[in-house]
Ligand binder design. Structure first.
Ligand code: 5GP
Length: 118
């Protein structure tokens, strides 16, 4: 069953978002609660709930998400200093919205990616 999320509504322009890029495969918009000076979410225009649901037919769309991430990073002026791309999957990652999204974060030093819990 297809369970649409708030991100489907953003794609369909049914709710507002600060959209920075859009084409026939992906939409990118600023995160509502940015965790860094630049925090943009890049999502496929079709609903894929989690990375576990990715199929070979999604290869073009998922590859395109990375190409667009690099393009947006350049537009935002953070490409040279660097940035991080994150895709969360399910409970242990903290995924909240079940429509695959790539976080593009940067604009200042991001620190270590993970801190080991004891
Ligand atoms: P997750 O934890 O699922 O990887 O990330 C979900 C992200 O979506 C969070 O960073 C959260 O701030 C963002 N988010 C949740 N609801 C909205 C919304 O309505 N608009 C925008 N622009 N971002 C949202």
């Amino acid at each position: 069953m297809t369970i649409e999320t708030i991100f489907s509504k953003i794609i369909k322009c049914e709710i507002n978002a600060d959209i920075v890029y859009r084409d026939h495969l992906v939409t990118a918009f600023r995160d509502i609660e940015p965790k860094a000076p630049v925090h943009i979410l890049i999502i496929p225009n079709i609903l894929i709930k989690t990375i576990n649901d990715v199929k070979p037919k999604h290869k073009k769309t998922l590859g395109h998400m990375i190409i667009i991430a690099a393009k947006i990073a350049k537009q935002e002026g953070i490409a040279n200093n660097g940035y991080r791309l994150i895709i969360n999957c399910n409970k242990h990652s903290g995924q909240e919205i079940f429509h695959i999204h790539m976080h593009l974060v940067g604009g200042h030093p991001l620190g270590p990616m993970l801190i080991r819990k004891k």
